[in-house]
Design a protein around this ligand. Structure first.
Ligand SMILES: [Zn+2]
Length: 305
């Protein structure tokens, strides 16, 4: 059995080749960093352009390159999705282009389902993986509850989701809250599609036709959004987080469409809300209700949960 590429000296790992089977995300990422540091920044320049154009097309405002980089640290989105966007812009994921830059005796980065080179654009927007389509469908359905238009989703908008601008009906707070929600839905969905692809190709590599069921994929999205809403509710606690506490109104306006018994401004004045009143309020039951179709019986001989 081949030694784990991560345990080999780096030169040896390259000579022997880094098989997908034995590669961990960490070892692949380290290898990529080494290649990336020495390589051209052509991909990054292209991704920055794609991002700026996508934001221009959707929001009619063209951000600067500096603003795009700054948006990868946008605090309306979770840390994990911030890192994901930063790596995406740098083409720093261990997939197609990463392997294409390696010598010919090394595992190529073709998609095991489609046979095409597995770029991040392929993973997020082209692949036939059932979970990919199921997750974008679920994301759009969740967003439809707000009554606002779902953007014409593409890689540029995923990379630049920290630059989304408030729009649609309502007052300033409502627009801002909805915009935060859109950023979260888009960033968490894209990150989850990537995450499931990695699990499929690494943890389940021994099953060639492995795929996630629609129900499993949607449940994972519900988990991610519920966790994010709980984290945000918890972080409104000023006693604990002091100046780093999140604004309670902002959090309420973000998640209000998914709260069961909405404690929302208008129904209950903000000043009546005490510190930490949100506790760690989540929105799982409402998310499950909206996406209940995904949990109806489905059958497939090669789909595992
Ligand atoms: Zn594919």
């Amino acid at each position: 059995m081949a030694a784990d590429a991560a345990s080999l000296p780096k030169e040896e790992a390259y000579v022997r080749g880094m098989s997908l089977k034995n590669m961990t995300q960490k070892s692949a990422y380290k290898a990529l960093r080494r290649l990336h540091q020495a390589g051209p920044r052509k991909d990054t320049t292209k991704n920055l352009r794609v991002t700026r154009n996508a934001i221009m097309q959707e929001f009619d405002v063209k951000p600067s390159t500096t603003q795009v980089w700054k948006s990868t640290r946008d605090r309306d989105t979770s840390k994990r999705t911030q890192q994901f966007r930063w790596r995406t812009i740098h083409n720093a994921h261990a997939c197609g282009p990463f392997f294409a830059r390696m010598s010919s005796n090394m595992a190529r980065g073709d998609c095991v389902l489609c046979g095409k080179i597995e770029t991040i654009d392929h993973v997020l927007f082209e692949c036939v993986a059932p979970e990919r389509e199921a997750l974008w469908e679920a994301a759009e359905r969740l967003w439809s509850i707000t009554g606002d238009r779902w953007p014409n989703m593409n890689l540029g908008l995923v990379m630049g989701c920290g630059l989304f601008r408030p729009r649609g009906r309502g007052n300033r707070e409502e627009k801002k809250g909805r915009n935060r929600l859109l950023k979260k839905i888009v960033s968490e969905t894209a990150f989850l599609i990537w995450k499931l692809r990695c699990e499929r190709r690494i943890e389940h590599a021994h099953i060639p036709d492995f795929s996630f069921s629609k129900a499993t994929a949607v449940k994972r999205l519900i988990d991610a959004l519920d966790q994010e809403s709980r984290t945000e509710s918890f972080r409104t606690n000023e006693r604990r987080f002091k100046r780093r506490a999140l604004n309670i109104g902002e959090v309420l306006y973000t998640w209000r469409v998914f709260y069961d018994n909405a404690v929302i401004p208008g129904e209950r004045a903000l000043e009546e809300l005490t510190v930490g009143v949100l506790g760690s309020m989540g929105c799982r039951s409402r998310l499950e209700y909206i996406l209940s179709d995904a949990f109806t019986a489905e059958s497939s001989h090669n789909v595992r949960n």
